[in-house]
Design a protein around this ligand. Structure first.
Ligand code: UDP
Ligand code: MG
Length: 324
């Protein structure tokens, strides 16, 4: 499924769009991508990932693909969520550059060529994140929670952006191949990219109100983002070295525990009775817990290594294109 980074690029730009119940938006979306990309001179492909839509999106996609050579849809078995849909798109990327956007026409495909030209001229930058300076969403239910989330994420991760939530982003594809999305991590792609060593830039982009279909998220997303954020903060600090986290605490217990036991052992050898001493209990507890924590840390290291093997995770399953 995953392409090796050495494989030659098949085009300049791969555009990845997760799609869930967007049947009314798809024809215009595909048309607008074509209108934006064809005059730009960049060769491109459009990878629309149908995330198990309940409406007719899959069939609409298949119909459009039949007459659009650069449209390459993928169809997921069920609704896995936006993150898995994006990953399914990333796994199919063949272009030198990868661009993501939403399928609801809130992002404007006309921004894509500019983003790619910026990436071409700035070899130091490997990711551009869109900034909806003039965001067309409800203030209280969407913009305010986002503003708070942006502040919090910036604080928690040390990667400071105005607009984490903007779906319109452009990457060098090597970077896309280096990051793995799971859970709800699509919101934190800039953080993952930064962790992977990328230099990130923010560029203002256009933004339109959703005119057709419905947003898939409500206010409960704010809470999920908060939970993800806590997890992220924990991960950034510990994910890479569980041995340091658990093993550190473990050592702090094992060393005094072993010291106590050693001391009691010497007393015993000198002929003293050591049974029933509270110190004995403490020594045994500390030593046992210390050994266990270190063992957990070691297990964690093994898990992390397995985790970073891309083949080890099956986050989504594809299905055949729908019959037309
Ligand atoms: N989406 C998806 N799977 C889901 C939910 C959403 O692929 O389970 C897609 C959706 O079709 C859209 C993008 O993710 O292209 C963003 O969703 P939406 O516009 O509802 O989010 P909002 O813009 O309101 O944050
Ligand atoms: Mg939207």
């Amino acid at each position: 499924m995953t392409q090796s980074p050495t494989q030659a690029s098949t085009c300049d730009v791969s555009i990845v769009i997760p799609v869930y119940n967007e049947e009314d938006n798809l024809p215009e979306l595909v048309a607008r991508v074509g209108e934006a990309m064809q005059p730009s001179g960049f060769s491109f492909e459009l990878i629309c990932v149908d995330d198990g839509s309940r409406d007719d999106s899959a069939r609409v996609l298949a119909g459009l693909a039949a007459k659009t050579p650069w449209l390459k849809p993928r169809y997921l078995m069920r609704n896995y969520g936006q993150t898995a849909a994006l990953q399914a798109g990333f796994d199919a990327v063949g272009g030198r550059y990868t661009v993501t956007l939403d399928g609801d026409l809130q992002n404007d495909p006309l921004d894509i060529p500019d983003l790619i030209r910026t990436l071409e001229s700035r070899s130091d930058i490997s990711m551009i994140s869109g900034w909806r300076k003039d965001r067309q969403d409800k203030a209280l239910s969407r913009k305010l929670p986002s503003m708070l989330a942006n502040r919090l994420i910036s604080w928690a991760t040390g990667v400071s952006l105005h607009d984490y939530g903007c779906a319109l982003k452009a990457y060098r594809s090597e970077l896309v191949k280096r990051i793995r999305l799971y859970g709800e991590l699509h919101r934190f792609v800039p953080v993952l990219a930064f962790e992977a060593g990328a230099k990130i830039m923010e560029v203002p982009v256009r933004h339109h109100a959703r005119t057709r279909g419905q947003s898939k998220y409500g206010i409960d997303r704010t809470f999920r983002v908060l939970l993800d954020l806590l997890l992220m903060k924990f991960m950034l600090r510990y994910l890479h070295r569980p041995l340091h986290a658990f093993g550190g605490v473990g050592l702090w217990m094992l060393v005094p525990g072993a010291g106590i036991l050693g001391y009691l052992g010497v007393l015993k050898l000198l002929g003293e009775s050591i049974g029933g001493r509270p110190l004995l209990l403490l020594g045994i507890m500390l030593a046992l817990m210390g050994v266990q924590l270190i063992a957990i840390g070691l297990l964690g290291e093994i898990l992390i290594r397995i985790y970073h093997e891309p083949e080890g995770r099956d986050q989504y399953r594809l299905r055949e294109p729908p019959e037309l």
